[in-house]
Design a binder for this molecule. Structure first.
Ligand SMILES: [Fe+2]
Length: 227
């Protein structure tokens, strides 16, 4: 097996008060861990066993017979990036490469916040909110259920879990309060900056992406890196 066990990059209580310890314990142990264990059980002894997590997601996405495995593997990846999209010292306007790219794409932090929160509200039911790098620019998008932008060729930079289990204990049905807390107190721009640097964004001469190989590396690192 080529896939590491999920790990939290901080302690369960470190994101309080924005996200409570109880929420993170349940989320990590009862949701992601369950997905990870189920994924391992489905992969063990098959020809898919040597694949990395990203390879496994891409190999199973288009095969209806493997869809249960795809959903569990995608949820492991999505949650890995979600944990790293938050920090106890996060929140506020972006800095560094991601700050420059956001200003270029959205004009201002306030406009980015408006588009991000509007996209979160527009997502019906369970899903994910993403900031991705696509063809040399930033895009905000949502996916339903376990969907992941990896299978669209995008490079995920940051992920926000929009399933109710991510916020119900703390905010009940007020998804917008959870999204505001994420933006104001938690969002970890360092994770996005790290991936953009791996892609070669901001290097001279300016290029959209250094290479396909660099993009693959950045995608893998984004999902698995621990600060
Ligand atoms: Fe979740």
């Amino acid at each position: 097996m080529n896939i590491e066990s999920p790990a939290m990059p901080y302690n369960f209580a470190d994101l309080e008060p924005a996200i409570s310890r109880d929420t993170l314990v349940l989320h990590f142990l009862r949701h992601q861990r369950v997905c990870f264990d189920r994924m391992l059980a489905l992969v063990r002894g098959t020809e898919l066993e040597p694949l990395s997590l990203v390879e496994l997601i891409r190999a199973t996405e288009r095969n209806p017979a493997e869809h249960v495995l795809y959903r569990h593997a995608a949820e492991v990846y999505n949650h890995n990036l979600y944990w790293n999209s938050m920090s106890p010292r996060g929140g506020g306007p972006a800095t560094g490469l991601i700050g420059e790219s956001l200003r270029e794409r959205f004009g201002s932090h306030d406009r980015f916040v408006r588009e991000f929160t509007d996209a979160a509200s527009a997502q019906f039911g369970s899903g994910w909110l993403w900031l991705v790098w696509r063809a040399g620019t930033l895009e905000i998008l949502t996916t339903s259920n376990a969907g992941t932008p990896l299978v669209r060729g995008d490079v995920p930079l940051l992920a926000l879990d929009l399933w109710e289990h991510a916020y119900y204990l703390d905010h009940q049905n007020r998804r917008s309060a959870y999204v505001n807390a994420f933006l104001e107190e938690l969002i970890n721009w360092d994770t996005a900056n790290h991936t953009l640097a791996e892609l070669g964004v901001g290097s001279e001469p300016r290029v959209a992406t250094r290479s396909r190989a660099a993009a693959e590396e950045a995608v893998s690192a984004g999902g698995l890196r621990m600060p």
